[in-house]
Design a protein around this ligand. Structure first.
Ligand code: BTN
Length: 330
């Protein structure tokens, strides 16, 4: 850790309180001048730090800059050993993490970005990832089970995102099969799991779990092609303070709780309870085929069970659905 990171870690641990330059310098074994320079460099990076003579330095509650220190503070349980890397802008956190995976980095790294220039969504779509208003992060996992685990990772992650959001913001979101997070009828977060199968064992050599959340509305609004379907948690309200960092930390912590016993599928009950599609009429797309079906349930393997207008039961492992009537409030 360089001096800037060490100073920020101390200020983050005491967010809202003043730490004297002397106390910082003594505890970190640097000169007061070196600490002062580090604080000024952090302010130049955009951090909201109050520096008062005879009082010291204080990381203000409203500081919203994503940092390793602000995220690590909220990692608990199995997630507390995660290595966190934070970037202002990347092409895609998933692409970057796939390179790490090919370089044999071990499980337990998370890349967090403030913006992405080539954010990826499912089915080769893009994921709009502007700066300051969203969070985009990817986890590197090396699960022990078969390739089927990929679907379990996605379903567990959907529950973790929905629960993490509720824990941090109090807002209740719904899950649209397979992995869209819906708030007030609009897609507010998405999940993309990309995996590589080991041809010799048939197991997974790695999985990259990517999560993107629209925390507030982008400054110029959403682009026209998604403005009817996309939404955010806070809308036009600015979301100040550590909310984005807390969301990342809490979501990873909840997810890791499920991940250690992934095959027990403890998350499936909550997944069904938070589903916005069960009991609904939807358009079900599979390849070029589209059918109007009513969703009956989602089984423990994440398979969608539905019935056609002719009362024929169908089961979908993958594909896409579009809701015809959206539940009020979610
Ligand atoms: C979808 O809803 O289609 C999935 C969206 C997944 C977006 C996230 S943002 C972080 C990670 N990096 C990417 O390029 N995509 C995922």
């Amino acid at each position: 850790m360089n001096i800037k990171e060490q100073v920020l870690k101390q200020l983050e641990a005491n967010r809202g309180s003043y730490l004297s330059g002397k106390a910082l310098a003594d505890s970190l074994f640097y000169s007061r001048n070196a600490v002062w320079k580090a604080v000024h460099s952090l302010i130049k990076d955009g951090h909201k730090i109050d520096a008062v003579t005879n009082k010291g330095h204080c990381l203000l509650e409203e500081d919203g800059v994503l940092s390793k220190a602000s995220i690590e503070k909220y990692l608990t349980g199995d997630a507390s050993s995660f290595q966190v890397e934070v970037y202002r802008e990347v092409t895609s956190t998933n692409n970057m993490m796939k390179r790490y995976a090919e370089e044999w980095r071990p499980e337990g790294v998370v890349i967090v970005a403030d913006s992405q220039t080539m954010g990826k969504g499912r089915s080769k779509r893009s994921f709009y990832s502007p700066s300051d208003t969203g969070i985009y992060f990817s986890l590197l996992l090396r699960p022990e089970g078969s390739a089927r685990e990929t679907l379990f990772i996605t379903t567990a992650a959907a529950v973790a995102v929905s629960e993490g959001i509720e824990k941090v913001t109090g807002k209740k979101t719904g899950i649209k099969w397979v992995n869209d997070i819906i708030y007030k009828g609009r897609k507010t977060a998405g999940i993309l799991t990309e995996a590589s199968v080991d041809v010799e064992t048939g197991g997974l050599s790695y999985a990259v779990l990517g999560i993107g959340i629209n925390v507030s509305d982008p400054k110029g609004g959403f682009p026209p092609e998604i403005q009817d379907i996309a939404g955010s948690l806070f809308g036009s309200e600015t979301c100040a303070g550590a909310v984005r960092s807390r969301l990342v930390g809490e979501i990873i912590s909840v997810f890791m709780g499920y991940y250690k016993n992934l095959s027990k599928k403890e998350y499936m009950e909550t997944y069904r309870n938070r589903s916005v599609v069960i009991g609904k009429q939807v358009e079900a797309y599979s390849g070029n085929d589209c059918r109007i079906v009513r969703v009956l349930s989602i089984d423990d393997n994440g398979v969608l069970i539905a019935e056609t207008e002719d009362h024929e039961e169908i089961r979908m492992n993958s594909g896409e659905i579009r809701i015809r009537q959206i539940q009020e409030g979610q």
